[in-house]
Design a protein around this ligand. Structure first.
Ligand code: SER
Length: 390
């Protein structure tokens, strides 16, 4: 199944159960929203999960592009991406977790053809003043799916405040032989889907209060589901990533984690640029800048002459099409190359300055501030130069 087939199957399934399609938002949340990027499918629906009536009904489904910087250090393994697409379904104060899990099970087995024997679930085992989630556990047991009760891992929130509650995660066995162990004991169980019961509102002082109505929020990573359906163990061989991996490998002969980091970061940077963010020294612009600089740092480790100018524009074109971003490929290419030029200049100027400070001994907090304020050298760049020199 291609990502388009998967998306269609997902949306059709929920359409049959009367879900309206919610519009996809940009990666950039609307003004006034404190978060930098849309991190999950539920994010744009936060006011409705907190109780405001949604004009499009109480059952929704969609596909939403997301960016997670919390996973940035995990990128480089074979299942994490910085920018990914999330298939989501919602019950805004309508049906309950039993229905959500049953429809989810039906979609995975009948819709996507995953054998029930390759599924495992986890549920909330208790905490936060809330008892173990016996309802979700009994639902899985009734469906014949083995289930494991865990603690904090099965309490979902989108940040320190906002809607939150116990969740049930669904894992698919990706090992060669028959399934063994449980999601917490064997990493070959890969998480694909999360069903959250949004029952509480976490306030800035840490208090939890019950929401006016309990909602269900589910999210399933499209690239990861595609991987599982292909019987593969890496998201980097999927439809949307392969072009990047091929282009990066062909041009620069990278392998392993380096190949994955560079492919992921360049592709993510293109989507972020496609949503109108420009490189900068603060906020969103700085996240974009860091993605590009991390990719360039890996590229230049072996050969400082490597340049993004060598990337074929068709890889951008493919990504922009997938994310439905009407952006001119030529101007996007120019922005990437311009950012590369700035970074090269900064390193050229920064290297001797950092060397001089370093010669006096280990860097102090004051040194870092001085390098930043006087020379425009951010801490992670200074750390990179120090690592390079040692
Ligand atoms: N919000 C939950 C998640 O991102 C489910 O959609 O995992």
């Amino acid at each position: 199944m291609t990502p388009d087939d998967i998306t269609r199957t997902f949306l059709d399934h929920y359409h049959r159960y009367d879900h309206q399609r919610a519009p996809e938002s940009s990666l950039v949340p609307p003004p006034g929203d404190p978060v930098l990027f849309t991190t999950s499918g539920m994010h744009p629906l936060t006011p409705y999960l907190l109780g405001r009536p949604y004009p499009g009904g109480r059952r929704l489904a969609n596909v939403q592009r997301c960016l997670r910087t919390t996973d940035l250090d995990e990128v480089g393994d074979s299942t994490h991406l910085t920018v990914f697409q999330m298939l989501g379904s919602w019950s805004l104060g309508d049906y309950d977790i039993v229905t959500s899990l049953r429809w989810g099970f039906e979609l995975l087995t009948d819709g996507f053809g995953i054998p029930a024997g390759r599924l495992h679930a986890t549920v909330f085992g208790g905490g936060n003043g809330e008892g173990p989630d016996d309802t979700a556990r009994d639902t899985w047991t009734g469906l014949g799916v083995p289930v494991e009760a865990l603690g904090e891992d099965n309490w979902w929130s989108n940040g320190p405040t906002g809607p939150c509650g116990p969740d049930s995660e669904i894992f698919v066995w990706t090992g060669d032989g028959p399934p063994t162990g449980t999601p917490s004991t064997d990493a070959r169980w890969v998480e694909v889907w999360n069903h959250v019961q949004m029952r509480y509102h976490r306030h800035p002082d840490g208090r939890l209060t019950p929401l006016p109505h309990s909602s269900i929020d589910t999210g399933m990573g499209l690239e990861r589901l595609e991987m599982v359906l292909r019987g593969d163990r890496s998201v980097f061989t999927g439809d949307g990533l392969r072009q990047w991996v091929d282009a990066v490998r062909d041009r620069w002969n990278l392998r392993g984690a380096d190949l994955r980091v560079v492919s992921d970061h360049l592709r993510s940077a293109v989507v972020v640029l496609g949503d109108g963010v420009r490189p900068g020294n603060t906020g969103r612009g700085y996240v974009l800048r860091r993605l590009l600089r991390r990719a360039l740092t890996v590229l230049w480790r072996d050969d400082p002459a490597r340049t993004l100018n060598d990337l074929p524009p068709r890889v951008y074109g493919d990504t922009l099409r997938r994310f439905r971003q009407p952006v001119d490929v030529g101007s996007l290419h120019a922005m990437l190359v311009d950012e590369e030029r700035r970074f090269r200049g900064l390193l050229r100027r920064g290297r001797p300055i950092v060397d001089r400070v370093r010669a006096r001994g280990p860097l102090t907090e004051r040194d870092y501030h001085w390098l930043h304020d006087t020379h425009g050298l951010p801490r992670d760049l200074v750390d990179g130069l120090l690592a390079e020199a040692s």
